[in-house]
Design a protein around this ligand. Sequence first.
Ligand code: GDP
Length: 462
Amino acid sequence: MILHYGETIAAVSTPRAAGGIAVIRISGECALNIADRIFIPVSTSKKPSEMDGYTCAYGRFVSLSGEQLDDGILTVFKAPRSYTGENVVELSCHGGIYVTERVLRSVYELGAYPASGGEFTERAFLNHKMTLTQAEAVMDIISAEGRGFHRRAVNVKDGSLYRMIKEQSDRLTAVLGEIGAWIDYPDEDIPGLENNALEERLTDIYTGLAGISSVYDNSRILRSGIDTVIAGKPNVGKSTLMNLLSGCERSIVTDEAGTTRDIVEESVRLGDIVLKLSDTAGLRSTDSIAEGAGIEKARKKILSADLIIAVFDNGDTLDDNDRQLIELCKKTEGIKSVACINKSDKENRLDKNIIEQCFDNVIYISAKTGSGIEELQNVLNKLFLTNSSIYNEITINERQKICLDKAASLINEALDNIKSGVTLDAVNIVLDEALNALLELNGERVTEAVTDEIFSHFCVGK
Ligand code: GDP
């Protein structure tokens, strides 16, 4: 990633597509001077550089040769009260690709550099407008597809994760300070440094960090969608259910058993969560090579899923294929499963008691009429979004989890050291490394290489 420290940067912050409005963002020392050259105010007599921060004006955007390119709104944010902490100007022009590029080209001709991906947010971080975890949450808010993940990302953007980490790093800093004092004055009695008290304090920090880290699996699922397999023997209504959930005819629905031979995938939003749905080949014993390969794929998919929606036919008696599915669901430890007894509009012939004994969540639906889908939505939202943990309302990413786990395991090592009588000087070194991991997580002690890597995943204009 090319960064332009100290330079003025510019980029289109809206998607590169025709739309009502496009926003070009300029940030840096020359932002206002550039704006003075390409904007002729109509609604005010003030040039952009004379305008107050947080004010806007209507006017015309012109090229360097004076050609009128468009009319629109210019908004001024003055340092340090702006997104990046620098002078920022936002030009809202008509959202055509050509017109936007012409206005942007004029901005570049006046000396601004094309911003790299995430460069505005990186400047915000470097200028202390936000912490590193808050900056990362900006991308999460942009990429959120469902309310569950979005709500958590907003909380992290508001600083909740930062504060949780800071609480633990402050506690660790206090311990380290006291150990440092003991190293300097070993004959002094420092309260809180008796082995038991020290172990208790470190165990508390460890528990706090492990609690935050435990959010990761749920964060991953909510961030990228819940990998969901719709499984069941042929003809139970898997494709009909998939079509109902995705609101369109994606899977092939026929009365002929064994029609879905391969895996059909679709992302759908159900209430506050996003399901990455796979409608698989019906699970049954077969002599057909093609169908057999599809069934094998389906089994593998089930074993790597986050959620299995096991579908049974209310109008049919339970057979060996159903029993195999029940066994498969029982075997898949760690994978959540919900039994959907489909065709509830038909007369009941299925032994429901057996299903109810084997699954914690059983729902009666009719994929054909849509009845019971709300109940399915409620159960899934409860399964993935309800958690009594105090850390439930945040999300963490892989980088953050690696830092957390590193810190936690070093604290554990320090605890082992204390128990086995290692001196506090040595314990101090291990704990100092744990603190470093937490400071890197929060961005308080982080290398340029790490921040560059983080922001390189951002989109241009952000
Ligand atoms: P799959 O093989 O499991 O994917 O099953 P399909 O979705 O292809 O459905 C098989 C047959 O069952 C089709 O004729 C569907 O119209 C029918 N079907 C699906 N869901 C229902 C339902 O809720 N009620 C009734 N009566 N028929 C259904």
